[in-house]
Design a protein around this ligand. Structure first.
Ligand SMILES: [Zn+2]
Length: 281
C-alpha cells in the first residue's frame, strides 16, 4: 500500500508529477496545459517549504499526483494561475476535475480536523491511510462523505425539471436531489425527497450510477424513476418551480459532465426509445 503522507526526500528531484496545490479554496493551475500543473518539485520552488506535508492522492496518466495545502499563503506564481474547482468543472476538463476534487476532499478534511472532537487535543495525519488521529485518546477520523440522492423522473413523454434557489441566477433547471438522512435507505431518501420537494409519488425506481461531488463532500447516487401519482406542488422554499417538459422544449440544463446532465440524457433516451417503439407498433 502506498503511503498517504510522503516526504519530499522520497520523491526524486527530476521526477515529473501532477501537483495539486491549494491556496485558500483555489488550486494552482497551468492554463497552458489545460490547468494541469505537471512538474518536478525543483520546478516549483515553493514546494520544499511544505516538504513534510505532501499528500499522495494516487496516479493519473502514469504520473503520481501530490496535493499540498498552503492555507492562506500567497505563492509567487510567476507564469502560473489559480482556478476554483467550479471553474475546472465549468471548463469541462473531466480528468483534472476528478483529480482536483479528490485532492480538495483530503485538504478540506485536514483543515477541519485539526483538533479531536472527543478530547480537544491536536490531531495528526496518519501516514498509511487518509485519516487523522488523536494521540491522546486515539480517536480516529476519516474524510467525510455525505450521501445524496439525485433522481430523474419521467411521466409518459415528459421529464420533470425543477429550479432550486441556487439555480435561479443561472436560469438552470435540473432533476431533484437531496441529502440522505441518518437511518434512511437510498430508496427511502428518494421517495421522501421527491414527495417533499414536488409532492408526487414515484414508481419503478432504478439505480443509474454515482459521482463524487466536491461541493463540499457529497457522493451523488443517481436514480431514474417514473411518475406514479399526484400533481406537482412545489414548496417555494428549496424548489422555486417545477414542471413536466417535452423533449423539444427543454430549458437550460446541467452539462453531461455532471450526473444530473447524464440522468437527463438517459431519460431523454428512454422516452425517445419508447416513442420509436410506439410508432413501430
Ligand atoms: Zn482525543
Amino acid at each position: 500500500m502506498n503511503k498517504m503522507l510522503v516526504d519530499i526526500s522520497s520523491i526524486g528531484h527530476d521526477t515529473t508529477a501532477h501537483w495539486l496545490i491549494f491556496s485558500g479554496e483555489r488550486v494552482v493551475a497551468n492554463k497552458q496545459h489545460s490547468g494541469w500543473l505537471k512538474a518536478t518539485w525543483q520546478d516549483l520552488p515553493f514546494v520544499h517549504h511544505y516538504g513534510d506535508q505532501i499528500i499522495n492522492i494516487g496516479e493519473f496518466g502514469g504520473l503520481a499526483c501530490y496535493a499540498i495545502d498552503v492555507g492562506l499563503e500567497t505563492l509567487p506564481l510567476g507564469e502560473l494561475d489559480t482556478m476554483s474547482l467550479r471553474g475546472i468543472f465549468l471548463s469541462n476538463n473531466e480528468d483534472l476535475f476528478s483529480v482536483a476534487a479528490r485532492a480538495w476532499q483530503f485538504i478540506l478534511f485536514k483543515r477541519t480536523h485539526r483538533f479531536c472532537g472527543q478530547c480537544g487535543s491536536s490531531m495528526e495525519q496518519v501516514d498509511w491511510e487518509m485519516a487523522m488521529q488523536c494521540h491522546t485518546c486515539k480517536h480516529r477520523c476519516y474524510p467525510r462523505v455525505s450521501p445524496c440522492i439525485i433522481v430523474a423522473i419521467r411521466n409518459q413523454d415528459r421529464i420533470l425539471l425543477a429550479q432550486g434557489k441556487s439555480q435561479k441566477e443561472r436560469k438552470m433547471f435540473s432533476v431533484l436531489a437531496g441529502f440522505v438522512e441518518s437511518g434512511e435507505s437510498l430508496e427511502e431518501a428518494v421517495h421522501r425527497e421527491v414527495f417533499e420537494e414536488v409532492g408526487i409519488k414515484i414508481k419503478n425506481l432504478e439505480y443509474f450510477s454515482s459521482q463524487p461531488w466536491p461541493f463540499p463532500h457529497s457522493l451523488m447516487m443517481g436514480f431514474i424513476a417514473e411518475h406514479d401519482s399526484g400533481e406537482i406542488n412545489v414548496d417555494g422554499h428549496e424548489i422555486l418551480e417545477a414542471a413536466w417538459y417535452e423533449l423539444d422544449e427543454m430549458p437550460f440544463v446541467p452539462p453531461n459532465m455532471s450526473i444530473a446532465g447524464r440522468l437527463i440524457e438517459k431519460t431523454k433516451e428512454l422516452i425517445s426509445n419508447k416513442k420509436a417503439l410506439h410508432k413501430q407498433g
